[in-house]
Design a binder for this molecule. Structure first.
Ligand SMILES: *[C@@H]1O[C@H](CO)[C@@H](O)[C@H](O)[C@H]1NC(C)=O
Ligand SMILES: *[C@@H]1O[C@H](CO)[C@@H](O)[C@H](O)[C@H]1NC(C)=O
Ligand SMILES: *[C@@H]1O[C@H](CO)[C@@H](O)[C@H](O)[C@H]1NC(C)=O
Ligand SMILES: *[C@@H]1O[C@H](CO)[C@@H](O)[C@H](O)[C@H]1NC(C)=O
Ligand SMILES: *[C@@H]1O[C@H](CO)[C@@H](O)[C@H](O)[C@H]1NC(C)=O
Length: 408
């Protein structure tokens, strides 16, 4: 009896690890880059707003910034088009093509340009009859569209799920993955399937088999409310979500809005830290042509990026939701005993809050104690035995983000 159970368990593990996750060699760490949607939306008015409309000009300018301002070297190497790039109709052969006024040279030329800068180009399709913005959908053209984007040299596809029945997604997303595989071009596949299927009411082992990342939940908006709403949802559903993330297949809480209009400096640090804890794809949606030095320094922080890109690929968890409105989130990194810990202050009472704890209370186990160092500024908090008190001062709507690693 036990032998049968153990054999079954081993078979399951082998199956899951060997063949049940998407094997296109991509997204071994959470992908990074820039995505147009949150900041530039479906602005197609190139007459009155040529500088900000969805056009090849906009993407070439963002490619220049990614390549020339140090982003690419840090890992931000995908430049992603979102909705509203297409012409309203397919051509006579049923092929998609870009709006000729706004993309006069077409997507292939744009891909060549982006590749010449050492970057990768992502594009957007919708599984249903139309995209969310009303442009042609892919439901009857999956193979054709896979071949089209591969022919253009596309490196990543975000496939949305507007105007589709959720029940059709269980064949549609796998079919699209199969057709992309058949083209022979590795294309990172981001699936919006769970976001339309109610977030946790999907079989994530199937998703991991066909998608490199998936949007689980609501679109992010430019507000701290939206950021915390998403963080809360990921915390509340972590028992489902955390185990399904790993190299090649990630949960996606949506874009980074650091550098946009709404977040304060502390809130920006908090979003970046939390996205690193969550092993989330890091797609900025901001204007890289005019981003502030403060926002840039947060997005470019090498130690935060190092945690995000940790090779173990383990998604962190909310381990304490304190009655004092401080949440403790932990992600295991590098070696077994090293942790990234985010203390997230959900208080709004206008002054820094001193949060006191012991590492023993976080179930840390090394009796020799831990070195605690700030991730953002390398400040050394000191050496802490399991029962030594540690106090961190966290600004309202802010985070204190530390590494803790065992040391004498
Ligand atoms: C291209 O986009 C412009 C708006 O910028 C729009 O007026 C025009 O109808 C679009 N063309 C097609 C063929 O969809
Ligand atoms: C959803 O399914 C219903 C019933 O099969 C069908 O009538 C409808 O056209 C479908 N909608 C879409 C957007 O595919
Ligand atoms: C297609 O799938 C096979 C089997 O999983 C894999 O070995 C191969 O690398 C894939 N090719 C592409 C281009 O994704
Ligand atoms: C928080 O701790 C710091 C350093 O220990 C101290 O200077 C400060 O007064 C404390 N703040 C409050 C509100 O207790
Ligand atoms: C520590 O472990 C105990 C017992 O398993 C558990 O109830 C508690 O939630 C854990 N605390 C943290 C912070 O992980």
């Amino acid at each position: 009896m036990w032998k049968a159970v153990v054999t079954a368990a081993v078979a399951f593990v082998l199956l899951f690890c060997r063949s049940s996750t998407l094997d296109n060699g991509l997204a071994r760490t959470p992908p990074m880059g820039w995505l147009a949607w949150e900041r530039f939306r479906c602005n197609v008015d190139c007459v009155d707003d040529p500088y900000n409309c969805i056009s090849e000009e906009l993407f070439m300018q963002m490619a220049d910034r990614l390549a020339e301002d140090g982003w690419k070297e840090l890992g931000y190497n995908y430049l992603n088009i979102d909705d509203c790039w297409m012409s309203m109709d397919r051509d006579e052969q049923g092929n998609l093509y870009a709006n000729k006024t706004r993309f006069p040279n077409g997507i292939k030329k744009l891909a060549d340009y982006v590749h010449s800068k050492g970057l990768k180009l992502g594009i957007y399709l919708d599984f249903g009859t139309h995209t969310c913005g009303g442009y042609p959908g892919s439901i009857k053209y999956l193979q054709k569209d896979a071949e089209t984007i591969a022919g253009w040299g596309i490196d990543m596809l975000k496939m949305d799920g507007c105007y589709a029945n959720v029940s059709d997604m269980s064949w549609g997303y796998p079919d699209m993955e199969m057709y992309m595989n058949k083209t022979g071009r590795p294309i990172l596949f981001s699936c919006s399937w769970p976001a339309y299927a109610g977030g946790i009411k999907v079989d994530y082992s199937v998703l991991a088999k066909h998608c490199n990342a998936w949007r689980n939940y609501d679109d992010i908006q430019d507000s701290w409310d939206s950021v915390t709403h998403i963080i809360d949802w990921f915390g509340d559903n972590q028992d489902v979500l955390a185990p399904v993330a790993g190299p090649g297949h990630w949960n996606d809480p949506d874009m980074l809005i650091v550098g946009d209009y709404s977040l304060s400096y502390e809130e920006s640090k908090a979003q970046m830290a939390m996205w690193a804890i969550l092993a989330a794809p890091l797609f900025m949606s901001n204007d890289l042509r005019s981003i502030s030095p403060e926002a840039r320094s947060i997005l470019m922080n090498k130690e935060v990026i190092r945690i995000s890109q940790d090779s173990l690929g383990m998604q962190g968890r909310r381990v304490i939701k304190g009655t004092n409105k401080v949440e403790t989130w932990i992600r295991q990194v590098q070696t077994k005993d090293t942790f990234a810990v985010a203390f997230l202050n959900r208080r709004e009472d206008g002054m820094p809050y001193n949060h006191t704890l012991t590492l023993g209370s976080l179930n840390f186990t090394s009796t020799m104690g831990y070195e605690v160092v700030d991730v953002y500024d390398n400040h050394r908090y000191g050496h802490f035995k399991l029962d030594t008190k540690l106090t961190v001062s966290i600004d309202p709507n802010g985070v204190v983000f530390v590494y803790a690693y065992p040391s004498k």
